[in-house]
Design a protein around this ligand. Structure first.
Ligand SMILES: Nc1ncnc2c1ncn2[C@@H]1O[C@H](COP(=O)(O)OP(=O)(O)OP(=O)(O)O)[C@@H](O)[C@H]1O
Ligand SMILES: [Mg+2]
Length: 464
């Protein structure tokens, strides 16, 4: 029994005792001899019966009502875990049961709400864009993980502050002001310095309204568009490079053709010289266009390699060595070949030949007369390892990373003389990567260059 019910019990017991005492006080003088004993025993018996009845009433009716009142108070206070005293008697039982059902439902709703809240938080936190929520007075209410990774610092440095005190960037201020002013979506872009690099950020500000269509704040979404910008720049550079590469031979062709037309050249030797130049330049344009088409074919996602099982040792010996040997002989270059016999690989034969010829051609082009080239093909575990080592002009250390870029040539004039377009290694890299292989270069200026290509012997799974 709780203290309050004990007190109630004692009060009722005292009142009953008082009444019985009164009755006894009245009856006792009227009774004689044994009757007195009977009166006393009856009164004591009556008292005990009353005590039992009081106890029963408290237990069945008062306690459940008290418990229901406590439960209702707790529920009102937000504690949905409380449950009422389960009673079995009439309306009181209905009341306790109804309260318990209410408590269970509320608890369920609270759990659901918590789950939904967590889900929403997880979604917001794992978004690929930064998110910030500000209220109608400009105070920051929420920032997500991506936002923090873009702008640095932690949540507590933003939440609770005015947006213009946490951002220095004017374009952000402008977006918020316009989103509030015009009550519509606003876009802008700005840059931020991260570590040593600059990142381009696009910001979209959208006003938030409540059910009565009154402005309640704004959500700001930040997209990192650095990669897109870079791509745009690469495209611009590419177009500029292509135009530039085409301009030189076209200008030259036009110049010599004009000279041939304008001046009445009677000297056949000079005419022939000019025509040869025109022929050479148009040849250059042709190979440039050819390489560009080749690159764009390779870059298409659907670039399909014609995979087949290739007896690579045999193919190299028959179809590559004779061509390269011929070029090497012309420059008196020692061409040393070391190919393990009977090597096999799964790959696209024509593309792999293109790779080897390109690398070997480069070795010949960038090695002086009398130099030497070592060409080795061997197997290491499940890979085919191809190395081409020359003792030619080499590549300056700071330029090594750039030689796979389109149109990049260490020495433009020299490469152009050899008829190079600067696209060869870009194509090579594409093909090697399409085969899931790797290509590495080591080089030292004036002492030589080594290219190492590693290719898986078996066709890798598509999604590897
Ligand atoms: N073996 C090498 N030794 C020294 N420099 C090299 C070697 N291979 C490539 N390079 C450098 O890398 C640059 C890029 O090579 P790449 O093959 O892509 O172009 P290219 O040879 O100039 O023209 P092409 O597209 O006709 O092959 C070359 O211009 C050259 O400067
Ligand atoms: Mg080349």
């Amino acid at each position: 029994m709780k203290p309050s019910t004990t007190k109630l019990f004692l009060t009722y017991a005292f009142v009953v005792a008082l009444i019985l005492f009164g009755i006894g006080f009245i009856l006792m003088p009227l009774a004689i001899n044994n009757e007195k004993m009977i009166v006393i025993l009856t009164l004591i018996g009556g008292f005990i019966i009353f005590l039992i009845m009081i106890h029963q009433i408290i237990d069945r009716y008062i306690k459940p009502v008290q418990s229901a009142a406590t439960v209702a108070e707790e529920l009102a206070g937000g504690n949905y875990k409380v449950r009422a005293y389960e009673s079995y008697y009439g309306d009181i039982a209905n009341l306790s049961n109804a309260l318990n059902i209410l408590a269970r439902n509320l608890q369920e709703m609270k759990i659901q709400e918590k789950i939904q809240g967590n889900q929403l938080r997880t979604v917001i936190d794992n978004m690929e864009s930064g998110v910030m929520l500000i209220d109608e007075r400009g105070y920051v209410h929420l920032v997500n993980r991506k936002f923090l990774s873009l702008f640095g610092q932690s949540k507590k440095d933003y939440v609770g502050f005015l947006y213009y005190s946490v951002f220095k960037q004017k374009p952000i201020h402008k977006v918020v002001q316009e989103a509030f002013l015009y009550e519509k979506k606003v876009k802008n872009a700005f840059t931020i310095e991260m570590d040593i690099e600059k990142r381009y950020i696009e910001i979209v500000g959208a006003p938030i309204f409540n059910e009565f269509k009154t402005l309640k704040g704004a959500v700001l979404v930040f997209h990192d568009i650095t990669d897109l910008k870079r791509l745009e720049q690469t495209r611009k550079d590419f177009v500029a490079n292509v135009s530039h590469e085409l301009k030189t031979p076209i200008t030259s062709i036009k110049g010599f053709a004009e000279t041939l037309l304008d001046e009445n050249l009677s000297n056949v030797a000079v005419q022939e010289k000019f025509l040869k130049i025109i022929y050479k330049e148009s040849d250059r344009i042709q190979s440039l266009v050819h390489d560009l088409l080749e690159l764009s074919k390779l870059e298409k996602d659907e670039m399909q390699l014609q995979y087949q099982r290739i007896q690579i040792s045999e193919k190299i010996n028959q179809e590559i060595i004779p061509i390269i040997q011929h070029q090497a002989d012309k420059k008196m270059i020692h061409f040393n070949v070391e190919i393990k016999e009977q090597l096999e690989i799964e790959g696209d034969l024509d593309r792999l030949k293109q790779v080897l010829i390109n690398i070997l051609n480069n070795a010949i082009n960038y090695t002086a007369k009398g130099g030497s080239i070592d060409f080795k093909v061997k197997q290491e575990n499940n890979y085919l390892v191809i190395t081409v080592k020359d003792n030619g002009i080499g590549i300056p250390e700071d330029k090594i990373n750039r030689i796979f870029e389109r149109f990049y040539r260490v020495d433009k004039a020299r490469s152009r003389n050899t008829g190079g377009t600067g696209l060869g290694l870009a194509i090579v890299k594409h093909i090697v990567e399409a085969h899931k292989g790797t290509i590495n270069v080591t080089s030292e200026l004036d002492s030589g260059t080594t290219f190492t290509i590693t290719l898986p012997k078996i066709k890798p799974f598509k999604d590897k």
